[in-house]
Design a binder for this molecule. Structure first.
Ligand code: DAH
Length: 338
């Protein structure tokens, strides 16, 4: 038996030398070590080996199996190495690699991050509210009467339930004051929706950033100082700005703020950048009614609010001529902002 094993092993190890592909190697493996392989076949003869020789024969079996397995592994590795070498043939590994395209932050995210960072440094905390809103949060509580044009079916997306897609982020002012006693100092970036015809300056879904500061004795000077700081941080320390009287139902007095900017190669002109004002006492009264307390009584607190369009801000910052670029995700456009 031991001689048989010895010669089987010698044959196998001689044979494997001349194998050069995976299929032949597998055939070899099955022929020697498979269920019907010769080593397995020989092991059936163990039955007839006298007990005093069993240990020696068993050891020989292991030795032969180990030797053939090792030769198989070695051959397998050699075949892989040979295949790899073939692939690399003719490749100049000293050539520079192909550049991988690098991702970048979307310009809208960049604008948002920047504005949020500036305002957080001034003590404004982030707040959020739902995009699907009640008419009360979006309009009534913001002193916007039922006959206001913004509430028209042709301006606002209503659901059959009477809920709507918020037309501005100002509804977050209301939700925040309902849930939090003064002082509050929050910013609420988020989407807003209007039934606007989509063109170079309008989208039906866009982004705003709302700000609200309510406490004892908050003044118009606080509003002006805060927004001046914000705009200088956004557009440079020497940017010219003006507060132009305007009307919003939820603030009194109200302003639109313009900054003087020179689009590339053009004369400087005033560009509207945000709306703002002192929170209207009617808004505080709606909050008091809803909270059933008087911590927001207009005799106790005052506040200011502001809201700006973030797409608009991005367009101004980079001189983007068409708002639709910001939602099309065309890499040729986006890669300019990396
Ligand atoms: N909600 C206004 C809009 O969508 C923007 C705005 C104006 C927000 C004045 C304010 C504000 O908080 O005080 O056009």
């Amino acid at each position: 038996m031991i001689e048989q094993l010895q010669s089987l092993s010698a044959t196998a190890l001689a044979e494997i030398v001349s194998i050069h592909d995976d299929a032949a190697l597998e055939e070899f493996r099955l022929r020697y070590l498979g269920k019907k392989g010769s080593v397995t076949a020989l092991s059936a003869g163990m039955r007839d080996v006298p007990p005093d020789q069993r240990a020696a024969v068993g050891a020989k079996f292991n030795e032969v199996r180990t030797a053939i397995t090792a030769a198989l592994d070695e051959k397998k590795a050699a075949l892989v190495a040979a295949a790899d070498a073939k692939v690399a043939e003719g490749v100049d590994v000293t050539l520079p690699g192909r550049p991988l395209p690098r991702g970048g932050i979307h310009p809208m995210t960049q604008v948002l991050d920047r504005a949020v960072r500036i305002l957080r440094r001034m003590g404004f905390a982030l707040a959020t509210g739902p995009e699907v809103e009640t008419e009360w949060h979006c309009f009534d509580a913001l002193n916007t009467p039922a006959d206001h044009p913004a509430r028209n079916e042709s301006d606002t997306f209503y659901f059959d339930s009477g809920l709507l897609l918020r037309t501005h982020t100002s509804s977050v002012q209301i939700r925040t004051m309902q849930n939090q006693a003064p002082p509050v100092r929050i910013i609420a970036p988020g989407s807003a929706f209007r039934r606007d015809e989509i063109d170079a300056t309008h989208l039906s879904a866009f982004n705003q950033l709302e700000g609200l500061y309510v406490a004892e004795r908050v003044s118009l000077a606080d509003l002006k100082g805060t927004l001046e700081h914000l705009l200088r941080a956004l557009f440079g320390p020497n940017v010219e700005m003006r507060f132009r009287p305007h009307f919003f139902p939820f603030t009194e007095p109200s302003y639109e703020v313009d900054v003087k900017l020179a689009p590339k190669g053009q004369a400087p002109r005033w560009v509207e950048i945000l709306g703002c004002g002192m929170v209207d006492p009617a808004v505080f009264r709606a909050i008091c009614d809803s909270r059933k307390d008087d911590v927001y009584h207009p005799d106790k607190v005052t506040g200011f609010a502001f809201g700006m369009g973030l797409e608009r801000l991005a367009m101004i910052q980079w001189g983007i001529g068409d708002i639709r670029h910001l939602i099309e995700n065309d890499v040729r456009f986006l890669e300019q902002f990396v």
